[in-house]
Write a protein that binds this ligand. Structure first.
Ligand code: PBG
Length: 328
């Protein structure tokens, strides 16, 4: 490359039109997946204290959100349930209830806007009284017994009309078992988005408030979620999930893990998503509320950063707000 003063990189930054011409990365509503919390208590919506701007929605309000997603050009919604504490138990048996909140919400949303993809989390934590993603015995998570329950949960979701099954539990072997269970009931067309590289993160705090599992959670999730210090392990997780039949993979959390997103996308070249989790949302909102950062710019910059790192899409609580801006 020629040196200064022949080369001046600022020449290309002079105008909006030159900046637009050399822009490498795009961000559109098609890159967003709207993460949405539903609750049977919400009437029709109730705020989440630690996530200003995010409400828990009733199934009817979630159906309205699905119509809104369609109008905004958001391709899919990822659903997370806040369950009545009275329905929680050690086995998380409400997770497989065909008449429960999740099934109701899926049906209401698919009726309202069938063109919008519905993604459901597979994990027991919203439904267990101990707040863990799996079954426990003497304080130990039972991997294989949990996977059986996860298959039941996934089948319930598929029967209710869910388009994408998204295991977020981090049990070993669950993607392959869920794929087999879905296929055995004729759900070959149902996709699997695996939370392949999911870290034991402090950034999930507000989410656990949103779904009401934080009060319940005993201990931590370090025996199943990954150590934030590791990257090779993330590649092994992703490789196994692909071998077991994952159509898409996810990295979670988002901004602190952009190196993982880049490495996964480069290594496997398959549809790769990233979850901008509740704590990341809350940090931007809290700083913006204090006037310490420009919240709108920080939101769009973070979303663009995910795309630049290689993500095909971003799961984010900002989805409707960002889509409105991106649509002009
Ligand atoms: C649990 C689950 C979590 C999130 C999605 N599914 C939290 C956890 O593992 O405790 C986090 C989402 C967020 O923080 O926005 N299966």
């Amino acid at each position: 490359m020629a040196q200064f003063p022949t080369t001046r990189l600022r020449r290309m930054r002079q105008h909006d039109w030159t900046r637009r011409l050399m822009r490498e990365t795009t961000l559109t509503p098609s890159d967003l997946i709207w993460t949405l919390v539903v609750s049977d208590r919400a009437n029709p919506r109730e705020p989440v204290a630690s996530m200003p701007g995010v409400d828990r929605l009733s199934p009817a309000a979630a159906a309205d959100a699905a119509r809104q997603a369609r109008a905004l050009g958001i391709p899919a919604i990822a659903l997370f349930p806040h369950i009545d504490p009275a329905l929680k138990n050690a086995a998380g048996s409400e997770a497989g209830n065909p008449d429960g909140l999740v099934a109701q919400a899926i049906k209401a949303m698919k009726d309202a806007a069938p063109e919008v993809g519905i993604i459901c989390d597979v994990a027991l934590d919203p439904f267990t009284d101990h707040g863990h993603d799996g079954l426990m015995e003497d304080g130990v998570i039972l991997n294989d017994a949990t996977v059986e329950r996860l298959c039941d949960q996934a089948l319930m979701q598929a029967r209710a009309g869910c388009d994408v099954i998204a295991p977020s539990d981090m049990m070993d072997g669950r993607v392959g078992e869920i794929r087999a269970a879905l296929d055995s009931e004729g759900f070959e067309h149902v996709l699997i988005l695996s939370y392949a590289a999911k870290y034991a993160s402090a950034f999930y705090g507000p989410y656990r408030d949103a779904i009401g599992s934080s009060a319940a959670l005993k201990g931590d999730k370090k025996t199943y979620q990954m150590d934030p210090a590791n990257t090779d392990e993330a590649l092994r997780e992703v490789e196994l999930d692909i071998a077991e039949g994952a159509d898409m993979v996810m990295v979670k959390p988002g901004l602190p893990y952009l190196d993982i997103v880049a490495r996964v996308k480069t290594a496997f070249a398959l549809p790769t998503y990233v979850f901008q989790v509740s704590g990341e949302y809350a940090m931007i909102e809290a700083a913006a509320a204090n006037g310490w950062i420009d919240g709108e710019r920080a939101m769009l910059e973070s979303l663009m950063a995910f795309r630049r790192a290689g993500a095909d899409g971003v799961l984010t609580y900002f989805a409707p707000r960002a889509a409105k801006i991106l649509n002009g």
